[in-house]
Design a protein around this ligand. Structure first.
Ligand SMILES: *Cc1c(COP(=O)(O)O)cnc(C)c1O
Length: 390
């Protein structure tokens, strides 16, 4: 296997015992791309189970306010409430095809854990989820969802008992049980071929969005906006526009409270090169090179690094990544609710907020596409406690 690099980023940094299993996954990935049966099964589940295609909604009230045309790609309407379902369906089917008997995953906020548990129930595969003990307590309702779908949730007590520790435990389990176990990665991260595999299953967002904007606006958009944590929803929607140099690509990173001293956010802006989770990429690190935790109002933007392709798109200047504060995201949450009747996930509201901030730099009536990665009912409590504390 020649691990794929995106410029200086990516690769495969794993113990010897994972080299062969990763090569097998790479081979299986190549096979499914060419396999009509697999494609038919995947597409059938995306449409009949998950509810694709998702609409591209012209946000007419926001557009009137901004004097620019805003289109929202509605992954919030996907079954499961976010784009994550595209990926877990794909990897679940791949695991079955490879004859694996068990799937594992790690989760921070719990959303990837829920999406994996859901697919385990659907496909009849036992699921075990690793989750930091702190997150188990913070995200109790997602733990209940996973359990209802039949998954076993392991609370991880080591280290800071959060996502990075859950990642370490999941890697350990995988190394010990790699014969019969498939590790479902939650974003475009990890050792090759996972960043490419997860991208592949999220490209459907970009494929649909491109067809839909051409149909509705008759032109390619001036810009596409998405929030970035590991980067899967962003790379999914970017994928079909990257080759069109005229389409500007914007990634919105969580910048927490936006204090200049706030080191714990905005990986692309402030992260440094390192190796973690099997890949070379940008990570938030302490002075001694330890992986740091992120802090954002939004538990779903908690991955301490970023996918290698985004690190590369930034280095090559094809895409622009900017920090968005908690307050800006909360404002966007309210604006979308009040003006469009849509509750979008706070993660997605980072992308909306960035589009609101950048809009005036585009000519009047420019076409701007924003990916709404997920729905926002889960953030109601969070929204109201933020508003009360201000
Ligand atoms: C998980 C999640 C994200 C962040 O993940 P990416 O891999 O960066 O897309 C963003 N939005 C929602 C709604 C999520 O659930």
């Amino acid at each position: 296997m020649q691990p794929k690099y995106y410029g200086d980023f990516g690769g495969s940094f794993v113990p010897e015992s994972l080299v062969q299993p990763l090569t097998e996954i790479e081979q299986a990935f190549a096979d499914i791309k060419a396999c009509a049966d697999f494609q038919a099964e995947y597409e059938n589940l995306l449409t009949q189970y998950a509810g694709r295609a998702t609409p591209l909604t012209f946000a007419k009230n926001l557009s009137r306010i901004l004097g620019r045309k805003i289109f929202l790609k509605r992954e919030d309407l996907l079954h499961g409430g976010a784009h994550k379902t595209n990926n877990t369906i794909g990897q679940g089917l791949l695991a079955k095809r490879m004859g694996k008997k068990r799937i594992i995953a790690e989760t921070g906020a719990g959303q990837h854990g829920v999406a994996t548990a859901m697919i385990g129930a659907l496909l009849g595969l036992p699921v075990e989820i690793y989750m930091g003990r702190v997150d188990v307590e913070r995200q109790a309702s997602n733990v209940k969802r996973m359990q209802l779908f039949g998954a076993k949730v392991h609370g991880v007590d080591s280290g800071s008992a959060t996502l990075k520790d859950a990642i370490n435990e999941a890697m350990r389990d995988w190394i010990a049980n790699v014969e019969d176990t498939f590790y479902v990665f939650g974003s475009t991260v990890g050792p090759h071929p996972f960043p490419a595999l997860v991208r592949y299953f999220q490209e459907i967002i970009g494929k649909e969005a491109r067809e839909q904007i051409l149909q509705q606006a008759n032109v390619l958009p001036d810009a596409v906006f998405a929030c970035v944590n590991g980067g899967s929803n962003a790379i999914g929607i970017f994928s079909r526009f990257i080759d069109d140099e005229k389409v500007q690509l914007f990634g919105a990173e969580a910048a927490g409270q936006g204090l200049s001293t706030d080191y714990h956010a905005a990986t692309l802006e402030k992260g440094e090169q390192g190796v973690f989770h099997g890949m070379r990429s940008l990570f938030l690190q302490s002075a001694s090179g330890q992986i740091e935790e992120t802090h954002s109002i939004c538990a779903g933007l908690d991955y301490p690094g970023v996918g290698p392709e985004h690190a590369y798109l930034q280095a090559s200047k094809r895409a622009t990544y900017l920090g968005v504060t908690d307050q800006e995201a909360v404002n966007a949450y309210r604006l979308l609710a009040e003006r469009e009747g849509i509750l979008a996930a706070l993660e997605s509201c980072h992308a909306v907020a960035l589009a609101l901030r950048e809009a005036e730099k585009f000519p009047a009536q420019a076409n701007l596409v924003v990916n709404l990665s997920g729905r926002g009912d889960k953030d109601l409590q969070n929204y109201f406690s933020h508003v009360e504390n201000c």
